[in-house]
Design a protein. Structure first.
Length: 458
Protein backbone atom coordinates (compact mmCIF):
# COMPACT_ATOMS: atom_id res chain seq x y z
CA UNK A 1 0.00 0.00 0.00
CA UNK A 2 1.28 3.48 -0.89
CA UNK A 3 0.24 6.64 0.91
CA UNK A 4 1.11 10.13 -0.38
CA UNK A 5 1.38 13.13 1.97
CA UNK A 6 0.04 16.28 0.28
CA UNK A 7 -0.33 19.84 1.56
CA UNK A 8 0.99 23.37 1.45
CA UNK A 9 4.52 24.12 2.68
CA UNK A 10 5.34 24.15 6.39
CA UNK A 11 2.28 22.30 7.73
CA UNK A 12 4.41 19.41 9.03
CA UNK A 13 4.37 16.95 6.14
CA UNK A 14 8.03 15.97 6.57
CA UNK A 15 7.65 15.76 10.36
CA UNK A 16 4.80 13.29 9.83
CA UNK A 17 6.89 11.42 7.26
CA UNK A 18 9.80 11.10 9.72
CA UNK A 19 7.42 9.99 12.48
CA UNK A 20 5.97 7.15 10.39
CA UNK A 21 9.21 5.92 8.83
CA UNK A 22 10.87 5.94 12.24
CA UNK A 23 13.88 8.07 11.35
CA UNK A 24 14.80 11.64 10.48
CA UNK A 25 14.97 11.00 6.76
CA UNK A 26 13.29 14.17 5.55
CA UNK A 27 14.82 17.54 6.43
CA UNK A 28 12.45 19.68 8.47
CA UNK A 29 12.49 23.34 9.52
CA UNK A 30 10.48 26.53 9.80
CA UNK A 31 11.41 27.68 6.30
CA UNK A 32 8.84 26.92 3.61
CA UNK A 33 9.76 24.77 0.63
CA UNK A 34 12.60 22.70 2.12
CA UNK A 35 11.26 19.53 0.44
CA UNK A 36 11.51 19.74 -3.36
CA UNK A 37 11.43 16.11 -4.47
CA UNK A 38 9.14 13.28 -3.62
CA UNK A 39 10.65 10.62 -1.40
CA UNK A 40 9.41 7.06 -0.79
CA UNK A 41 10.29 4.91 2.22
CA UNK A 42 8.91 1.95 4.11
CA UNK A 43 6.77 3.03 7.06
CA UNK A 44 5.16 1.19 9.96
CA UNK A 45 2.42 2.11 12.40
CA UNK A 46 1.55 -0.31 15.22
CA UNK A 47 2.79 -3.24 13.11
CA UNK A 48 0.94 -2.14 9.93
CA UNK A 49 3.45 -1.73 7.10
CA UNK A 50 3.08 0.51 4.03
CA UNK A 51 5.05 2.71 1.63
CA UNK A 52 4.98 6.43 2.39
CA UNK A 53 5.58 9.22 -0.11
CA UNK A 54 6.73 12.64 1.10
CA UNK A 55 6.10 15.45 -1.40
CA UNK A 56 7.01 19.11 -1.93
CA UNK A 57 4.47 21.68 -0.82
CA UNK A 58 1.83 22.19 -3.49
CA UNK A 59 1.66 25.74 -4.88
CA UNK A 60 -1.44 26.05 -7.09
CA UNK A 61 -0.90 29.81 -7.60
CA UNK A 62 2.67 30.11 -8.89
CA UNK A 63 3.57 29.63 -12.55
CA UNK A 64 7.37 29.66 -12.18
CA UNK A 65 9.24 26.61 -13.40
CA UNK A 66 10.34 25.40 -9.93
CA UNK A 67 6.79 25.52 -8.53
CA UNK A 68 5.45 23.75 -11.63
CA UNK A 69 8.11 21.03 -11.24
CA UNK A 70 7.33 20.61 -7.53
CA UNK A 71 3.61 20.33 -8.30
CA UNK A 72 4.52 17.69 -10.88
CA UNK A 73 6.31 15.71 -8.18
CA UNK A 74 3.17 15.83 -6.00
CA UNK A 75 0.99 14.80 -8.95
CA UNK A 76 3.29 11.82 -9.62
CA UNK A 77 3.02 10.84 -5.94
CA UNK A 78 -0.79 10.92 -6.15
CA UNK A 79 -0.68 8.75 -9.26
CA UNK A 80 1.52 6.19 -7.44
CA UNK A 81 -0.57 6.18 -4.28
CA UNK A 82 -3.55 4.22 -2.97
CA UNK A 83 -4.45 6.76 -0.27
CA UNK A 84 -3.86 10.49 0.29
CA UNK A 85 -3.00 12.25 3.56
CA UNK A 86 -4.01 15.90 3.05
CA UNK A 87 -2.19 17.75 5.85
CA UNK A 88 -3.34 21.16 7.14
CA UNK A 89 -2.31 23.30 10.09
CA UNK A 90 -4.98 23.00 12.81
CA UNK A 91 -3.85 26.22 14.47
CA UNK A 92 -4.69 28.28 11.38
CA UNK A 93 -7.94 26.76 10.21
CA UNK A 94 -8.59 26.12 6.53
CA UNK A 95 -6.81 28.89 4.65
CA UNK A 96 -7.47 30.03 1.09
CA UNK A 97 -4.22 28.23 0.26
CA UNK A 98 -5.66 24.94 1.62
CA UNK A 99 -8.88 25.45 -0.35
CA UNK A 100 -6.87 25.98 -3.52
CA UNK A 101 -4.90 22.78 -2.86
CA UNK A 102 -8.16 20.89 -2.31
CA UNK A 103 -9.27 22.05 -5.76
CA UNK A 104 -5.86 21.11 -7.18
CA UNK A 105 -6.22 17.58 -5.72
CA UNK A 106 -9.62 17.17 -7.37
CA UNK A 107 -8.12 18.33 -10.68
CA UNK A 108 -5.35 15.77 -10.22
CA UNK A 109 -7.96 13.04 -9.73
CA UNK A 110 -9.41 13.89 -13.15
CA UNK A 111 -6.01 13.04 -14.65
CA UNK A 112 -4.99 9.96 -12.62
CA UNK A 113 -8.22 8.67 -11.04
CA UNK A 114 -9.77 9.14 -7.62
CA UNK A 115 -8.06 8.22 -4.37
CA UNK A 116 -9.50 8.20 -0.85
CA UNK A 117 -8.40 11.32 1.08
CA UNK A 118 -7.92 11.65 4.84
CA UNK A 119 -7.63 15.21 6.16
CA UNK A 120 -4.98 15.33 8.89
CA UNK A 121 -5.23 18.41 11.12
CA UNK A 122 -1.64 18.64 12.31
CA UNK A 123 -0.32 20.61 15.31
CA UNK A 124 -3.41 19.68 17.35
CA UNK A 125 -1.54 19.29 20.63
CA UNK A 126 -2.77 22.49 22.30
CA UNK A 127 -6.00 24.31 23.00
CA UNK A 128 -5.67 26.14 19.69
CA UNK A 129 -6.42 22.81 18.01
CA UNK A 130 -10.04 23.27 19.03
CA UNK A 131 -10.37 25.71 16.12
CA UNK A 132 -11.06 23.02 13.56
CA UNK A 133 -10.36 23.63 9.90
CA UNK A 134 -13.63 23.86 8.03
CA UNK A 135 -14.51 20.96 5.79
CA UNK A 136 -12.54 21.05 2.57
CA UNK A 137 -14.87 18.69 0.81
CA UNK A 138 -13.15 15.46 1.85
CA UNK A 139 -14.70 12.88 4.13
CA UNK A 140 -12.57 11.84 7.08
CA UNK A 141 -10.81 14.30 9.39
CA UNK A 142 -8.31 13.34 12.11
CA UNK A 143 -6.64 15.65 14.64
CA UNK A 144 -2.96 14.77 15.08
CA UNK A 145 0.36 16.08 16.28
CA UNK A 146 3.16 14.57 14.23
CA UNK A 147 5.75 16.14 16.54
CA UNK A 148 4.18 14.77 19.73
CA UNK A 149 2.88 11.50 18.23
CA UNK A 150 -0.76 12.23 19.07
CA UNK A 151 -3.69 10.84 17.13
CA UNK A 152 -1.64 8.03 15.60
CA UNK A 153 -4.15 5.43 16.82
CA UNK A 154 -6.89 7.06 14.75
CA UNK A 155 -4.56 7.27 11.76
CA UNK A 156 -3.94 3.55 12.22
CA UNK A 157 -7.69 2.86 12.25
CA UNK A 158 -8.17 4.83 9.05
CA UNK A 159 -5.33 3.11 7.20
CA UNK A 160 -6.60 -0.30 8.35
CA UNK A 161 -10.13 0.40 7.10
CA UNK A 162 -8.88 1.57 3.71
CA UNK A 163 -6.52 -1.42 3.53
CA UNK A 164 -9.50 -3.76 3.90
CA UNK A 165 -11.41 -1.81 1.26
CA UNK A 166 -8.54 -1.91 -1.20
CA UNK A 167 -8.07 -5.65 -0.71
CA UNK A 168 -11.66 -6.22 -1.75
CA UNK A 169 -11.37 -3.89 -4.76
CA UNK A 170 -8.36 -5.28 -6.55
CA UNK A 171 -9.82 -4.22 -9.88
CA UNK A 172 -9.79 -0.50 -9.04
CA UNK A 173 -8.46 1.95 -11.63
CA UNK A 174 -5.21 2.57 -9.79
CA UNK A 175 -2.51 0.46 -8.18
CA UNK A 176 -4.28 -1.68 -5.54
CA UNK A 177 -3.04 -2.59 -2.09
CA UNK A 178 -2.86 -6.23 -3.05
CA UNK A 179 -1.47 -6.39 -6.55
CA UNK A 180 -2.61 -9.72 -8.09
CA UNK A 181 0.75 -10.42 -9.70
CA UNK A 182 2.64 -9.58 -6.51
CA UNK A 183 0.26 -11.73 -4.47
CA UNK A 184 0.66 -14.62 -6.89
CA UNK A 185 4.43 -14.21 -6.75
CA UNK A 186 4.34 -14.33 -2.93
CA UNK A 187 2.09 -17.41 -2.98
CA UNK A 188 4.41 -19.10 -5.47
CA UNK A 189 7.56 -18.36 -3.48
CA UNK A 190 9.13 -21.44 -1.86
CA UNK A 191 8.41 -22.11 1.81
CA UNK A 192 11.80 -21.85 3.49
CA UNK A 193 12.50 -24.55 6.09
CA UNK A 194 15.78 -24.37 8.00
CA UNK A 195 17.16 -27.44 9.75
CA UNK A 196 19.22 -26.32 12.75
CA UNK A 197 20.68 -27.92 15.84
CA UNK A 198 23.84 -28.86 17.65
CA UNK A 199 26.64 -30.59 15.73
CA UNK A 200 26.25 -34.24 14.83
CA UNK A 201 22.51 -34.63 15.50
CA UNK A 202 21.89 -35.76 11.91
CA UNK A 203 20.84 -32.62 10.04
CA UNK A 204 22.57 -33.50 6.77
CA UNK A 205 21.50 -37.14 7.06
CA UNK A 206 17.91 -35.96 7.45
CA UNK A 207 18.01 -33.79 4.32
CA UNK A 208 19.65 -36.59 2.31
CA UNK A 209 16.85 -38.90 3.45
CA UNK A 210 14.18 -36.36 2.48
CA UNK A 211 15.45 -35.69 -1.04
CA UNK A 212 16.44 -39.33 -1.60
CA UNK A 213 20.08 -38.80 -2.55
CA UNK A 214 23.47 -38.37 -0.89
CA UNK A 215 23.54 -34.65 -1.60
CA UNK A 216 25.27 -33.55 1.62
CA UNK A 217 28.38 -34.89 3.32
CA UNK A 218 27.70 -36.81 6.53
CA UNK A 219 29.87 -38.49 9.14
CA UNK A 220 30.49 -39.00 12.83
CA UNK A 221 32.83 -36.02 13.06
CA UNK A 222 31.14 -32.85 14.31
CA UNK A 223 31.31 -29.74 12.16
CA UNK A 224 31.41 -31.30 8.67
CA UNK A 225 28.82 -28.81 7.41
CA UNK A 226 30.16 -25.27 7.33
CA UNK A 227 28.22 -23.43 4.64
CA UNK A 228 24.44 -23.28 4.83
CA UNK A 229 23.13 -25.26 1.86
CA UNK A 230 19.73 -24.58 0.25
CA UNK A 231 18.02 -27.33 -1.71
CA UNK A 232 14.78 -26.98 -3.65
CA UNK A 233 12.17 -29.70 -3.20
CA UNK A 234 8.44 -30.22 -3.73
CA UNK A 235 5.88 -31.57 -1.29
CA UNK A 236 2.18 -31.81 -2.15
CA UNK A 237 2.78 -29.53 -5.16
CA UNK A 238 4.26 -26.81 -2.96
CA UNK A 239 7.78 -25.54 -3.46
CA UNK A 240 10.04 -26.05 -0.46
CA UNK A 241 13.51 -24.62 0.08
CA UNK A 242 15.37 -26.86 2.55
CA UNK A 243 18.28 -25.20 4.33
CA UNK A 244 20.94 -27.29 6.04
CA UNK A 245 22.96 -25.21 8.51
CA UNK A 246 26.19 -25.59 10.42
CA UNK A 247 25.91 -27.10 13.88
CA UNK A 248 25.25 -24.48 16.55
CA UNK A 249 27.61 -24.64 19.51
CA UNK A 250 27.90 -22.35 22.50
CA UNK A 251 30.07 -19.28 21.88
CA UNK A 252 32.60 -20.52 24.40
CA UNK A 253 33.04 -23.62 22.25
CA UNK A 254 33.38 -21.74 18.95
CA UNK A 255 37.10 -21.09 18.87
CA UNK A 256 37.84 -21.55 15.17
CA UNK A 257 37.38 -18.54 12.89
CA UNK A 258 35.81 -20.54 10.05
CA UNK A 259 33.31 -22.18 12.40
CA UNK A 260 32.42 -18.81 13.92
CA UNK A 261 31.63 -17.49 10.43
CA UNK A 262 29.54 -20.62 9.79
CA UNK A 263 27.44 -19.93 12.87
CA UNK A 264 26.83 -16.33 11.74
CA UNK A 265 25.83 -17.61 8.28
CA UNK A 266 23.47 -20.16 9.84
CA UNK A 267 21.69 -17.48 11.89
CA UNK A 268 21.29 -15.35 8.78
CA UNK A 269 19.38 -18.21 7.14
CA UNK A 270 17.30 -18.80 10.28
CA UNK A 271 16.13 -15.18 10.15
CA UNK A 272 15.19 -15.63 6.48
CA UNK A 273 13.37 -18.92 7.06
CA UNK A 274 9.63 -19.35 7.59
CA UNK A 275 9.91 -22.61 9.55
CA UNK A 276 12.76 -23.79 11.77
CA UNK A 277 13.13 -27.46 12.64
CA UNK A 278 15.41 -27.85 15.67
CA UNK A 279 16.83 -31.31 15.33
CA UNK A 280 17.84 -33.00 18.58
CA UNK A 281 19.22 -36.38 19.54
CA UNK A 282 16.30 -38.06 21.30
CA UNK A 283 18.70 -39.40 23.91
CA UNK A 284 19.98 -35.89 24.76
CA UNK A 285 17.13 -33.47 24.10
CA UNK A 286 16.86 -29.87 25.26
CA UNK A 287 20.46 -29.28 26.11
CA UNK A 288 21.31 -25.67 26.90
CA UNK A 289 22.21 -24.82 23.32
CA UNK A 290 18.93 -26.32 22.05
CA UNK A 291 17.04 -24.02 24.38
CA UNK A 292 19.08 -21.01 23.28
CA UNK A 293 18.35 -21.75 19.63
CA UNK A 294 14.65 -22.32 20.32
CA UNK A 295 14.25 -19.04 22.20
CA UNK A 296 15.99 -17.12 19.43
CA UNK A 297 13.68 -18.73 16.87
CA UNK A 298 10.66 -17.82 19.01
CA UNK A 299 11.89 -14.23 19.36
CA UNK A 300 12.17 -14.01 15.57
CA UNK A 301 8.49 -15.03 15.29
CA UNK A 302 9.29 -18.13 13.24
CA UNK A 303 7.39 -21.42 13.22
CA UNK A 304 9.17 -23.80 15.59
CA UNK A 305 9.24 -27.60 15.35
CA UNK A 306 11.28 -29.98 17.52
CA UNK A 307 12.55 -33.02 15.60
CA UNK A 308 13.66 -35.91 17.81
CA UNK A 309 16.12 -37.80 15.67
CA UNK A 310 17.64 -41.25 16.20
CA UNK A 311 14.35 -42.55 17.63
CA UNK A 312 15.36 -45.98 16.33
CA UNK A 313 18.09 -46.04 18.98
CA UNK A 314 15.76 -46.04 22.02
CA UNK A 315 13.28 -48.51 23.41
CA UNK A 316 9.67 -47.29 23.77
CA UNK A 317 10.16 -44.03 21.78
CA UNK A 318 6.49 -43.12 22.35
CA UNK A 319 7.01 -43.09 26.12
CA UNK A 320 10.17 -41.00 25.71
CA UNK A 321 8.17 -38.62 23.50
CA UNK A 322 5.56 -38.06 26.24
CA UNK A 323 8.29 -37.07 28.69
CA UNK A 324 9.87 -34.70 26.17
CA UNK A 325 6.49 -33.09 25.37
CA UNK A 326 5.89 -32.40 29.06
CA UNK A 327 9.25 -30.70 29.26
CA UNK A 328 8.58 -28.66 26.11
CA UNK A 329 5.28 -27.42 27.56
CA UNK A 330 7.08 -26.38 30.73
CA UNK A 331 9.96 -24.65 28.95
CA UNK A 332 7.76 -22.93 26.34
CA UNK A 333 4.63 -21.96 28.20
CA UNK A 334 4.39 -18.86 25.99
CA UNK A 335 3.95 -21.10 22.92
CA UNK A 336 1.72 -24.04 23.84
CA UNK A 337 1.93 -27.29 21.94
CA UNK A 338 5.15 -26.81 20.00
CA UNK A 339 5.20 -29.92 17.78
CA UNK A 340 7.61 -32.63 18.96
CA UNK A 341 8.08 -35.25 16.23
CA UNK A 342 9.78 -38.64 16.32
CA UNK A 343 12.26 -39.03 13.45
CA UNK A 344 14.77 -41.57 12.27
CA UNK A 345 16.76 -40.04 9.43
CA UNK A 346 18.81 -43.22 9.22
CA UNK A 347 15.74 -45.42 8.69
CA UNK A 348 13.78 -42.69 6.86
CA UNK A 349 10.91 -42.74 9.35
CA UNK A 350 8.71 -39.80 10.33
CA UNK A 351 9.88 -37.62 7.43
CA UNK A 352 6.49 -37.04 5.81
CA UNK A 353 4.96 -35.94 9.10
CA UNK A 354 7.49 -33.10 9.39
CA UNK A 355 6.13 -31.53 6.23
CA UNK A 356 2.46 -32.20 6.93
CA UNK A 357 2.84 -30.41 10.27
CA UNK A 358 5.03 -27.67 8.78
CA UNK A 359 2.54 -26.81 6.02
CA UNK A 360 -0.42 -26.75 8.42
CA UNK A 361 1.47 -24.37 10.71
CA UNK A 362 2.63 -22.25 7.77
CA UNK A 363 -0.95 -21.77 6.56
CA UNK A 364 -1.98 -20.65 10.06
CA UNK A 365 1.08 -18.43 10.37
CA UNK A 366 0.08 -16.70 7.11
CA UNK A 367 -3.60 -16.30 8.01
CA UNK A 368 -5.52 -13.04 8.50
CA UNK A 369 -8.64 -12.77 10.63
CA UNK A 370 -11.26 -10.26 9.53
CA UNK A 371 -11.65 -7.24 11.78
CA UNK A 372 -15.33 -8.10 12.31
CA UNK A 373 -14.63 -11.67 13.45
CA UNK A 374 -11.72 -10.50 15.56
CA UNK A 375 -13.68 -7.88 17.46
CA UNK A 376 -16.64 -10.23 17.94
CA UNK A 377 -14.20 -12.62 19.62
CA UNK A 378 -12.65 -9.71 21.52
CA UNK A 379 -15.92 -8.56 23.05
CA UNK A 380 -16.79 -12.13 24.05
CA UNK A 381 -13.35 -12.64 25.62
CA UNK A 382 -13.49 -9.50 27.78
CA UNK A 383 -17.12 -10.18 28.73
CA UNK A 384 -16.17 -13.66 29.87
CA UNK A 385 -13.18 -12.38 31.84
CA UNK A 386 -13.10 -8.57 32.25
CA UNK A 387 -9.73 -6.89 32.84
CA UNK A 388 -8.97 -6.15 36.50
CA UNK A 389 -9.33 -2.70 38.03
CA UNK A 390 -6.26 -0.49 38.30
CA UNK A 391 -6.32 1.51 41.54
CA UNK A 392 -10.08 1.06 41.63
CA UNK A 393 -10.57 2.36 38.06
CA UNK A 394 -11.52 0.15 35.09
CA UNK A 395 -9.06 -0.44 32.27
CA UNK A 396 -11.08 0.09 29.11
CA UNK A 397 -10.13 -2.21 26.23
CA UNK A 398 -11.34 -0.48 23.05
CA UNK A 399 -10.76 -2.74 20.07
CA UNK A 400 -8.24 -5.02 18.38
CA UNK A 401 -6.99 -5.26 14.82
CA UNK A 402 -4.66 -7.63 13.00
CA UNK A 403 -1.81 -5.58 11.58
CA UNK A 404 0.33 -8.28 10.03
CA UNK A 405 0.87 -11.98 9.49
CA UNK A 406 3.95 -14.22 9.43
CA UNK A 407 3.64 -14.16 12.44
CA UNK A 408 0.04 -13.07 13.11
CA UNK A 409 0.39 -9.68 14.80
CA UNK A 410 -2.34 -7.72 16.54
CA UNK A 411 -2.69 -4.19 17.94
CA UNK A 412 -4.85 -3.83 21.03
CA UNK A 413 -6.03 -0.31 21.85
CA UNK A 414 -6.95 0.62 25.40
CA UNK A 415 -6.66 3.34 27.97
CA UNK A 416 -4.04 2.95 30.72
CA UNK A 417 -2.32 0.09 28.91
CA UNK A 418 0.63 0.28 31.31
CA UNK A 419 -1.72 -0.98 34.07
CA UNK A 420 -2.87 -4.07 32.16
CA UNK A 421 -1.32 -7.12 33.88
CA UNK A 422 0.88 -9.45 31.85
CA UNK A 423 -1.34 -12.32 33.02
CA UNK A 424 -4.34 -10.73 31.29
CA UNK A 425 -2.34 -10.24 28.12
CA UNK A 426 -1.48 -13.96 28.25
CA UNK A 427 -5.17 -14.75 28.77
CA UNK A 428 -6.07 -12.88 25.58
CA UNK A 429 -3.27 -14.54 23.60
CA UNK A 430 -4.24 -18.04 24.73
CA UNK A 431 -7.94 -17.37 24.14
CA UNK A 432 -7.15 -16.00 20.67
CA UNK A 433 -4.96 -18.99 19.87
CA UNK A 434 -7.67 -21.45 20.93
CA UNK A 435 -10.57 -19.66 19.22
CA UNK A 436 -8.90 -19.27 15.83
CA UNK A 437 -6.88 -22.49 15.91
CA UNK A 438 -3.48 -20.84 16.11
CA UNK A 439 -2.16 -23.81 18.10
CA UNK A 440 1.62 -24.05 17.81
CA UNK A 441 1.77 -20.69 16.00
CA UNK A 442 3.68 -17.71 17.45
CA UNK A 443 1.37 -14.71 17.99
CA UNK A 444 2.14 -11.13 18.93
CA UNK A 445 -0.05 -8.52 20.58
CA UNK A 446 1.09 -4.91 20.86
CA UNK A 447 -0.68 -2.79 23.46
CA UNK A 448 -1.40 0.74 22.28
CA UNK A 449 -2.55 3.70 24.31
CA UNK A 450 -5.54 5.71 23.09
CA UNK A 451 -4.41 9.31 23.00
CA UNK A 452 -6.47 12.49 23.32
CA UNK A 453 -5.02 14.93 20.74
CA UNK A 454 -6.61 17.87 22.59
CA UNK A 455 -4.75 17.28 25.85
CA UNK A 456 -2.22 20.06 26.44
CA UNK A 457 1.34 18.82 26.56
CA UNK A 458 3.11 19.28 29.85
Amino acid sequence: MKIAIIGRPNVGKSTLFNRLVGQKSAIVGDVSGITRDRKSMKAELFGLEFDLLDTPGVDPFSKNSLAVSMNGQSLAAIEESDLIFFVVDATEGATEYDKAIASWIRSAFKKVGNRPVILLKNKSEGKTSLHHPETLGFGEEIAISAEHKLGMDEVFEAISSYSSSLRSNVGANHSPLLDPQAAAKEDDAPIRIAIVGRPNVGKSTLINAIIGEERLLVGDQAGITRDSISLNWKFKNRDISLIDTAGQRRKSKVDEKVEALSVVDAWKHVRQAHIVVILMDIQNPFEKQDMTIARKVFDEGKILIFGLNKSDAVENPDEVLKTIKRRAEKEFAQLPEVPCLLISAKEKKGLIRIFNVALDLYDNWSRRISTGALNKWFQAAISQNPPPLANGTPIKLKYISQTNCKPPTFALFANRVEKLPTSYERYLLNHLRKTFNFVGTPLRIFLRQRENPYDRQS
